[in-house]
Design a protein around this ligand. Structure first.
Ligand code: CP
Length: 308
């Protein structure tokens, strides 16, 4: 049986193109499973997974939990806000206490970049990064590429623009790695202050004119301004940001071609995209969420097969 080249999913940076294709082929199978009347398979009845979230989440947390339950794994959930982390317990102590309850895999979201990498070196379990600060969000990038492949047939050769706060975005970095690995052409677009100076060294081009970027692309992945990570002012006002980098229906309809609109969520409606764009037939935002469950089932299933 084909297997992943890694025993943890810490970032797209550590994957090979063959890993991504294996995850997609496995997710194709699980997508068929979750559309059956009985949406569950017994594959991971002997596996226990802890979802350890030190940062807020709606989509990722629910999607992982559903994926684990669809695979028949035993699941425990941990939120830092209601835990002994508040009493000063360290990350390693917290996770080792969870692992002593015979847990095989830890899915972790943490505000510190590299938290998953650190943990993988200190605890004896398979670690899945569910978002580490402004670093990586690998399952988001996998579900994004899977959704492009589903909509357009392939990712290779497609023009994808990522718009918005690239500087603070783990979604942007993981998407850049995933899209480049699969042979897509990638541009980033946003205010100069929110584009990292090194970004072109990742093999992407910079475009600060949104209309030009949209006329070039097949897919626009619209990112949210991450107010919780902005320590200083990176643009004058939200209104001016929206005027220059927001997509509304009039702009979408005036383009040379019909493009696909994506967004990882949560959406700031009326800021990066208007509601009529988010809910338009060109938007695949809810398809992304649906595909997230199949992708996470695939990732967990493939990593669990390396534990057994
Ligand atoms: N896309 C994403 O990570 O959303 P959540 O923060 O709700 O998990």
């Amino acid at each position: 049986m084909a297997e992943l080249s890694v025993k943890h999913l810490l970032g797209i940076k550590y994957l090979k193109e063959a890993d991504i294709q294996l995850i997609f082929e496995t997710a194709d199978h699980f997508k068929e499973v979750i559309n059956r009347s009985i949406k569950k398979v017994p594959s991971l009845r002997d596996i226990t997974i802890a979802n350890v979230f030190f940062e807020n989440s709606t989509r990722t947390k629910l999607s992982f939990e559903l994926a684990e339950k669809r695979l028949s794994a035993d699941v425990i959930n941990f939120s830092a806000g209601q835990s002994s982390v508040k009493k000063g317990e360290t990350l390693i102590d917290t996770v080792n206490n969870i692992l002593s309850m015979k847990v095989d895999m830890v899915v972790m979201r943490h505000p510190s970049p590299g938290a998953g990498i650190f943990l993988s070196k200190h605890v004896n379990a398979s670690i899945v990064n569910a978002g580490d600060g402004a670093h990586e969000h690998p399952t988001q990038a996998l579900l994004d590429s899977f959704s492009i492949r589903e909509k357009l047939g392939d990712v290779a050769g497609k023009n994808v623009v990522i718009v918005g706060d690239i500087l603070h975005s783990r979604v942007a970095l993981s998407n850049i790695f995933a899209l480049k690995l699969q042979g897509a052409n990638v541009k980033v677009c946003g205010p100069r202050t929110l584009l990292p100076k090194y970004v072109e060294s990742l093999g992407v081009k910079v475009e600060t004119d949104l209309r030009k970027a949209l006329n070039w692309c097949d897919v626009a992945n619209m990112l949210r301004i991450q107010h919780e990570r902005l320590d200083i002012s990176y643009f004058p006002t939200t209104r001016e940001y929206t005027q220059q980098f927001g997509v509304n229906k009039a702009l979408l309809d005036s383009l040379d071609k019909e493009i696909v609109i994506m967004h990882p969520g949560p959406i700031n409606r009326g800021v990066e995209i208007t509601s009529d764009v988010a809910d338009s037939k060109q938007s695949i935002i809810l398809n992304q969420v649906e595909n997230g469950v199949a992708i996470r089932m695939a990732v967990i299933y493939l990593l669990a097969s390396k534990i057994k």
